[in-house]
Design a protein around this ligand. Structure first.
Ligand code: PEP
Ligand code: MG
Length: 560
């Protein structure tokens, strides 16, 4: 909304990551170095090339030094950035620019700009990785010109970091004792900033309209509501502190199996993409795994992973959950998660193309290999392995998958309900398999016809929409009728109030990022099964996402 001259904005909005609240003074990220001049070099190509190479090597060394001091996704991001600096295509491009007379600074700028354009043009997940390249390029240019590396400021006290688009290298290594929250002007819910913030349980808002924030001013960052409140009143600060205390109490509450207030069990499971996350999930009380995204293990692979490599990864995962349910999803390639070995070709509408089960049917030996590897890993461990197929749209696909899974010695095979057609025929789909798990991320994308990667339609990408809830209810009813479990494994399950609604609509288990378990556990304990049904009815009767949310909130408050 355009702001009238003289009117000071008191609140900014963006997409919240998680549910945290932080209060503190703003500190802006150090600015990137200015764009290098196009004037010809006076040093000659050889010297310029050597300068560029030395600076690139130094920045790669620094990124690796930082990678060694962190773990998990953070280390991977930094290592990936160091690798970008060693990419022969980038080096060749720098060589071409200096040969034409450019300075090392300008040549690095041009080479990375070309690379970025390529990624941006590819759209989706790859376009979001373009920020990684800009950061690498700026670091090398700063190194070359003797400027301080662009990056996180050090005002000498804890602060709310505000950045145009926070580089993954900086997000990965943020000092959580000093950084109270992160606000970025750019970025969508799948940007690296959001991914890493979620992993670090950091209060964050991305894609915020907050360029008017001033250095040093106090703000409240309320991720749950996607709000940044400027110059808060005493009452607003008191409310934020009370909310922080509530969340802290939730996080330290005893870890018990998920259940409603009347004792109805609702198993709380973890979404994982790497066996390395299993230990933390168990520590946070995951009662098993509701979604293991196997494609995350092989995103960079040109060739299909060997049986041995797969068995080792699956065994590590299953060994962490003895006697627990572990639902492994077979490779879900396509759209933002292309897998070269499943034959990703260019498509005009990749979200509607050869994704998920469709890609696996085209390359059936890859699926059979994966199921065999899973069966072998299960035989060596004591977890209760279940397998499920992504992006099922027809009963025939469901039956095809179940037959192959059963044939591989895996008796419990299910389907993900992510396509409205699958939800509408849930009774017939469920008759062909042992269970269903609703992927609300894609189900919302396809119900609302809103690309889940596109910031501009993020408002439509809301699982609270009654149309989405209606489809969830249809699957829940089919599960109850056939006596088959219906889990939820999309991000919707991580919202404590929506979790109650989903249970009221018939979900029998909920799976989420481990950091969300405590909040959902506490949310479920506030209501009985009858309450959950009534709250779900209130949301279903609304005419949009916002009104569904407030109707559920009012119904929940009335029952506490
Ligand atoms: C979903 O679509 O909700 C889901 C859980 O799968 P993914 O997010 O991996 O597409
Ligand atoms: Mg999905």
């Amino acid at each position: 909304m355009p702001i009238e001259p003289g009117v000071v904005e008191v609140e900014f909005n963006g997409i919240g990551v998680g549910r945290g609240v932080a209060i503190g003074p703003v500190a802006w990220m150090s600015p990137p170095p200015p764009e290098p001049s196009t004037a010809a070099s006076g040093r000659g190509p050889e010297l310029e090339l050597e300068r560029a190479q030395t600076a690139a090597a130094e920045v790669a060394r620094e990124l690796r030094r930082r990678a060694a001091s962190v773990e998990g996704a953070a280390a991977e991001v930094l290592e990936a950035q160091a690798l970008m600096l060693e990419d022969p295509a980038v080096h060749a491009s720098v060589g071409e620019h200096v040969a034409r007379g450019a300075t090392a600074e300008r040549a690095v700028f041009e080479a990375f700009a070309g690379y970025r354009e390529l990624l941006t043009g590819m759209g989706g997940y790859l376009a979001e990785r373009a920020a990684d390249l800009a950061d690498v390029s700026q670091r090398v240019i700063a190194e070359l010109s003797g400027a301080p590396a662009p990056g996180v400021p050090d005002p000498g006290h804890p602060f709310v970091l505000v950045a145009h688009d926070l580089a993954p290298a900086d997000t990965a290594t943020l000092d959580l004792d000093r950084v109270l929250a992160v606000v970025t002007l750019e970025g969508g819910p799948t940007s690296h900033t959001a991914i890493l913030a979620r992993e670090k349980a950091l209060v964050a808002i991305v894609g915020a309209d907050a360029s008017a924030l001033m250095e040093g001013e106090t703000v409240i960052v309320d991720a749950e509501n996607g709000r940044i409140v400027r110059d808060p009143s005493d009452d607003e600060i008191a409310a934020a502190v009370a909310r922080q205390e509530e969340l802290a109490a939730e996080a330290t509450a005893p870890i018990e199996p998920g259940r409603l207030a009347d004792g109805t069990p609702v198993p709380l499971l973890a979404n994982l993409g790497d066996p390395a996350g299993a230990e933390e999930a168990v520590r946070l009380g995951a009662e098993g795994v509701g979604l293991f995204r196997t494609e995350f293990l092989f995103l960079g692979s040109e060739v299909a992973p060997s049986r041995a490599v797969q068995e080792e990864a699956y065994e590590r995962l299953l060994a962490a959950f003895p006697d627990r349910k572990v639902v492994v999803r077979v490779l879900d390639a396509g759209a933002d998660k292309p897998l070269a070995f499943l034959g990703g070709r260019h498509e005009e509408n990749p979200a509607l193309g050869m994704r998920g089960i469709r890609a696996l049917r085209r390359t059936e030996p890859v699926l059979r290999d994966q199921l065999d590897a899973l069966a072998a890993a299960a035989a060596r461990t004591h977890a209760r392995l279940e397998v499920m197929a992504p992006m099922i749209a027809t009963v025939e696909e469901a039956a095809w998958f179940a037959e192959i899974a059963h044939g591989a010695g895996l008796p419990v095979a299910g389907v993900m309900v992510e396509v409205p057609a699958a939800a509408l025929l849930a009774d017939r789909l469920l008759a062909a398999v042992e269970f269903a798990s609703i992927g609300t991320n894609d189900l919302t994308q396809y119900t609302m016809a809103a690309d889940r990667l596109l910031g501009e339609v993020a408002e439509l990408q809301d699982p609270w929409h009654p149309a989405v809830l209606g489809l969830v209810g249809a699957v829940g009813a089919a599960g109850a009728q056939l006596g088959k479990p219906v889990g939820i494994c999309g991000e919707a399950a991580a919202d404590p109030l929506l979790a109650v609604v989903l249970v009221g609509l018939g979900a029998t288990s909920l799976s989420m990022s481990p950091s969300a378990l405590a909040g959902v556990r506490a949310g479920l304990l506030r209501h009985s099964a009858a309450d959950a049904r009534a709250i779900a009815e209130a949301a279903l009767a609304a005419d949009g996402s916002a009104s569904a949310r407030s109707a559920a909130k009012a119904a929940s408050d009335a029952r506490r």
